[in-house]
Structure formats: structure tokens, C-alpha cells
Design a protein around this ligand. Structure first.
Ligand SMILES: [Zn+2]
Length: 311
């Protein structure tokens, strides 16, 4: 993510009371991993678009050692792509876009929609707001870092037309990452994040709500954005650069995609019902806070006009 270029999308009032929703999720998101009952995913027919976050012209965040986020995104997405194809997901598309931020956002969404995939996964690496960054020197050059936060995070948009499915895949991905010892970062729920505070929709799997992320809200298929880890954290940057961690994440993605594919292809009542309930809980809480709904809706228009979010 690129912190300095973001537009505030949710007011503090929205976020503060949305924490209640997070708590509600903590009690009710009993969305079990799909029970396949022998059902299998037709991997050669299931298309996933792996969206490489940012471009060479607009490379996103900078790591603690001064490496562009885009470099991390491309490297990880390439590993996931290869492992997906090795695992039989032959229709996987690695989507690399170019150009400046605004132009690339429209291009990536247009291309994704043109491919009519079953799922879009956007790959990013995280940073922190500038106020948390500290100065240091790396390789004889001035740089900035923040070791305060670590861990991945998963985002979905309420504006995506396939919110239920997006939530389901986000849940499955979060569970698979957790089962491999990776923990999501809870710091997006904290008030000190100010305008960057996010609503935690699925406290078990680490799925946050970020409605105006362009690539999520404009894509016409289930869409999830993964911040794979914080590259402004000095230890985690090294971890994210390691082939071992990239393979771990790839394995988690493949297992989550497979489970999602099974759920989609069999339309399992249990899974569909759970996903529907997750959506209903979120929407009913917001409905009972009309000021939130209005406040949340307003910046969406602003976002659409400005188009400054680099995602
Ligand atoms: Zn990013």
C-alpha cells in the first residue's frame, strides 16, 4: 500500500462504531471450512487472476531497505502463479499493469473484467503511515523503517458485487495462512490509525473491510486484496524476501482457492448460508447506524472522482 496517497474513505465515527461490528463478527462468523464430501475442484476450468499491485512507474511503498513494494508484489505473484499452474490451475493469469497510478487502476480493472475470472487476488505488501516511521541508515544511505507492526492482512470491499464470495475466499485464505503459523496484524482496528482505521469483518481470519479499494470495488468477480506482510518492518522485510515464506504463502493460496472452487462449484448450502449470514450481519449493523451508512457512502463518490488510490 501507499500511505501518502490514500484518501480517507471512512470517517472516524464510522470506524469507531464499526468496532461493534467487529465484535459481532467475533461472536458469529462461524464459517467452517467447506466440507467437500468428496467434491473436487475442476482446477483446469477455474480461472484466478493474480493482480500484481502497483506498477514500475508507481511502485507503491518503499521497504525499510529502500526496495519498491512493486518488486515484492511481482516476485511473490510470480511464485504463486507458477505454483498454481504446477497444481493444475492452468487458467491462472498473472496480471501486470504499467503506467502511472490512476491510469493503471482503470487498466487493471478493465483487463480483469475482460478475462471473466472466477476470482481475483491482488497481491500487495504493507507499510505504515508516515508518523510511525523512524530514520536509519542502510547500505550507507538514509532510509526509514517501523518495527512496530508485522503480519499480513486481507481486504474486501462492500461495493464489490460478489461480497459474499469475496468474504468467503478472504476467510479461507486467512485460515490457510493461520494454519501455517502466519498471524494477521490487528493494528488496523486501533484508533491510533486514524483515517486508516479499518473495520475487522472476520476476526478469526483477519479480513478487513475497505470499500473504496478501486481494484476490489470495480471488479465484476469475487475479489480480495492480500497485504502479504509489512516490508517497512526490518525483520519482516527479510522474511518476505525469502523463498521459504513465498512458498508458504503460495501453498496457502492454493489450498484456499481449491476450497473456494469446491464451494463455488457445488454451491454447498452450508457454505453459502454461512457466507450469506456474514454479509447480513455486516449490513444489518450498518443499517441500524444510518449516520454511518451516509458517511461511508459519501467518500465513495469522492474516491470515484479523484481516483487517487494507487490500488
Ligand atoms: Zn500496495
Amino acid at each position: 500500500m501507499t500511505w501518502s496517497r490514500r484518501i480517507p474513505i471512512v470517517s472516524i465515527a464510522v470506524v469507531a462504531s464499526s468496532l461493534a461490528l467487529g465484535a459481532a463478527w467475533g461472536e458469529t462468523p462461524d464459517i467452517a471450512a467447506p466440507k467437500s464430501d468428496g467434491a473436487k475442484c475442476a482446477r483446469d476450468k477455474f480461472r484466478v487472476v493474480l493482480d500484481v499491485g502497483h506498477t514500475t512507474d508507481a511502485p507503491g511503498a518503499s521497504s525499510a531497505r529502500g526496495v519498491d513494494e512493486y518488486v515484492f508484489n511481482l516476485r511473490l505473484a510470480k511464485v504463486i502463479d507458477q505454483k498454481m499452474i504446477d497444481a493444475g490451475f492452468n487458467k491462472t493469469v498473472l496480471m501486470v499493469t504499467g503506467g502511472p497510478g490512476n491510469k493503471s487502476m482503470y487498466e487493471r480493472v478493465g483487463r480483469a473484467n475482460g478475462l471473466s475470472p472466477d476470482l481475483l487476488l491482488s497481491i500487495h505488501h504493507d507499510s505504515v503511515p508516515d508518523k510511525f516511521k523512524e530514520k536509519w541508515e542502510y547500505d550507507g544511505k538514509p532510509a526509514v523503517f517501523s518495527d512496530q507492526f508485522s503480519g499480513h492482512s486481507i481486504f474486501v470491499s462492500d461495493n464489490n458485487v460478489h461480497l459474499q464470495e469475496s468474504l468467503l475466499f478472504g476467510h479461507l485464505l486467512g485460515e490457510q495462512l493461520k494454519s501455517r503459523g502466519m498471524q494477521y496484524t490487528p493494528h488496523y482496528t486501533k484508533s491510533f490509525m486514524g483515517r486508516y482505521q479499518r473495520q475487522l469483518l472476520d476476526a478469526d481470519a483477519g479480513v478487513y473491510r475497505y470499500d473504496t479499494l478501486f481494484v476490489l470495488k470495480k471488479s465484476q468477480m469475487p475479489a480480495v486484496l492480500l497485504e502479504a506482510g509489512s516490508i517497512v518492518n526490518r525483520d519482516e522485510e527479510l522474511l518476505m524476501a525469502s523463498p521459504e515464506r513465498q512458498l508458504q504463502i503460495s501453498a496457502a493460496v492454493i489450498d484456499a482457492v481449491d476450497a473456494f472452487c469446491v464451494a463455488q462449484s457445488t454451491r454447498q448450502p452450508q457454505v453459502a448460508q454461512s457466507a450469506r449470514r456474514m454479509t447480513q450481519v455486516a449490513r444489518s449493523v450498518l443499517r441500524h447506524r444510518p449516520n454511518q451508512t451516509a458517511a461511508a457512502a459519501a467518500p465513495i463518490t469522492k474516491m470515484g472522482q479523484s481516483g487517487l488510490d494507487a490500488h
